[in-house]
Design a protein around this ligand. Structure first.
Ligand SMILES: Cc1cc2nc3c(=O)[nH]c(=O)nc-3n(C[C@H](O)[C@H](O)[C@H](O)COP(=O)(O)OP(=O)(O)OC[C@H]3O[C@@H](n4cnc5c(N)ncnc54)[C@H](O)[C@@H]3O)c2cc1C
Ligand code: FES
Length: 324
C-alpha cells in the first residue's frame, strides 16, 4: 500500500462541495479558488472551479447565503450507561441524514434545542441502523453535560461531517490486508465503524482494546461478530503498547495498516512503538481537533504540518504523522 497520502479536502465529491471556502476564495483544494492564476490541483475527479461557476448546486445558491448543512430535530430513542459519565445515545433522524452518515469518519454536532448554537459540539457516529444514529457521549464539560442531563427527549443534530479520521483513504481503499487496530476508552466509538468498513473489504483485523477512563470495553462483542480478533488489556500504557511493539518486532507478521482510535497521546504511543521497531507503516488516526463550525471557517481546528502549512483539520485529509 502507498505510504504517501496526498492531502485533500474531505468534502470533494460530496453534495457539500463547493463550500463556503470556495465562495470566499479560500478553497483548500483549488488554487484558482484561492485567487492564483494557475491550476495546481491533484485531480480528485472533479473540478471545483467548474462546479462553482456552472453547477451552483448548494451553499449560497441553494440556501440563499447559509451553509447547506442544517440542524434537524432528532428524537432520543435509547439512552444506556456504558461507563463512568458515558452513555450510548440512539437518536432517530431523517432518512437523508442517516444515509449521509454511513461513511468512515462521519460525525455530527449535537446540542439541546433550547440552547444557543455555541453549545453544539462534535460527536462521532458509531453505528447507523435504519434511521437511528448510535453515538457514545462522555460528559466532560458544559456542552456534553447538557445533552445528557434532565433526560432530554430531543436533540438538534447537524451534519453530516466527514473528517473524523485522518488517513481515511487508507481505510477505505485497503482490501484483503492485515490491520492492527488499537483503541482505548472513548476511541472505541469511532473504532467500531472503522472495523466494520475494514471487515467488509475482507481485511484481517486484530484489535487491541483498553477500557481507558470510561472503565469498560463496550465494543468487543460487536467486533467479534465482525470477525475481528480481539485482545483486551487493562491499560494501553501498562500492557497494550508492549503488545503493539511485539506485533511489529522481528519475526512477527507486519500489518499493512495501523489504526489508532483514541486520544492524541495514544497516537503518539503507537508512533513510538513503530519507531522502536524501525517501521514506518501507514497509520490512520482519529481526529481529535477542537472543532466549532466544521465548515472550515472558524479556525478552531487549525494544526501546523511538518512542511509549515496551516491546515483546517475539519476539512483537510492528511497523515496524522505529518502534524506537528
Ligand atoms: C471529530 C470528533 C469526534 C468526536 N466524537 C466524540 C464522541 O463520539 N463522543 C464524545 O463524547 N466526544 C466526542 N468528541 C469530543 C467532544 O466533542 C468533546 O468532548 C466536547 O466538545 C467537550 O465539550 P464540553 O463543553 O463538554 O467540555 P469542555 O470542558 O469544553 O472540554 C473538555 C475536553 O473536550 C475538548 N473539547 C472542548 N470543546 C471541543 C470541541 N468543540 N471540539 C472538540 N473537542 C472539544 C477540550 O479540548 C477538552 O479536552 C469528538 C471530537 C471530535 C473533534
Ligand atoms: S471547525 Fe471551524 S474551521 Fe474547522
Amino acid at each position: 500500500m502507498n505510504r504517501r497520502l496526498t492531502a485533500s479536502c474531505i468534502d470533494i465529491n460530496t453534495p457539500y462541495c463547493p463550500c463556503l471556502l470556495a465562495e470566499t476564495n479560500h478553497c483548500v483544494f483549488c488554487s484558482h479558488l484561492r485567487g492564483q492564476p494557475v491550476c495546481d490541483c491533484n485531480w480528485g475527479g472533479v473540478c471545483i472551479l467548474y462546479e462553482k461557476q456552472w453547477q451552483p448546486k448548494n451553499v449560497m445558491a441553494k440556501n440563499g447565503g447559509g451553509p447547506s448543512r442544517t440542524d434537524e430535530l432528532g428524537r432520543i430513542v435509547r439512552r444506556e450507561p456504558l461507563g463512568k459519565d458515558t452513555y450510548l445515545l440512539e437518536v432517530a433522524v431523517t432518512e437523508e441524514l442517516a444515509r449521509g452518515l454511513e461513511k468512515t469518519g462521519a460525525f455530527v454536532f449535537l446540542r439541546r434545542p433550547e440552547d444557543p448554537q455555541f453549545f453544539h459540539f462534535p460527536v462521532g457516529v458509531m453505528k447507523v441502523e435504519g434511521r437511528n444514529l448510535q453515538m457514545v457521549v462522555e460528559a466532560v464539560g458544559p456542552k456534553s453535560n447538557r445533552v445528557l442531563e434532565d433526560q432530554a427527549a430531543e436533540l438538534l443534530v447537524r451534519g453530516p461531517y466527514y473528517n473524523g479520521v485522518l488517513g481515511q483513504p487508507w481505510i477505505d481503499n485497503i482490501t484483503c490486508g492485515k490491520i492492527l487496530l488499537i483503541s482505548g476508552g472513548m476511541g472505541q466509538a469511532p473504532a467500531l465503524p472503522i472495523a466494520a468498513k475494514l471487515a467488509a473489504n475482507r481485511n484481517e483485523v486484530t484489535a487491541i482494546l483498553a477500557p481507558g477512563h470510561v472503565g469498560s470495553v463496550f465494543i468487543e462483542a460487536e467486533l467479534v461478530g465482525l470477525g475481528v480478533k480481539t485482545h483486551v488489556v487493562d491499560s494501553l500504557r501498562r500492557t497494550g503498547f508492549a503488545l503493539v511493539t511485539g506485533r511489529l518486532g522481528d519475526g512477527a507478521e507486519k500489518p499493512d495498516l495501523i489504526v489508532s482510535a483514541g486520544p492524541d497521546e495514544q497516537h503518539y504511543g503507537v508512533i513510538n512503538a513503530m519507531q522502536a521497531a524501525g517501521l514506518n507503516l501507514p497509520m490512520a488516526a482519529t481526529n481529535n481537533s477542537t472543532m466549532c463550525c466544521g465548515e472550515g471557517i472558524c479556525g478552531s481546528c487549525t494544526r501546523e504540518t511538518q512542511d509549515n502549512r496551516i491546515i483546517r483539520t475539519c476539512k483537510v485529509q492528511t497523515d496524522f504523522t505529518q502534524l506537528l
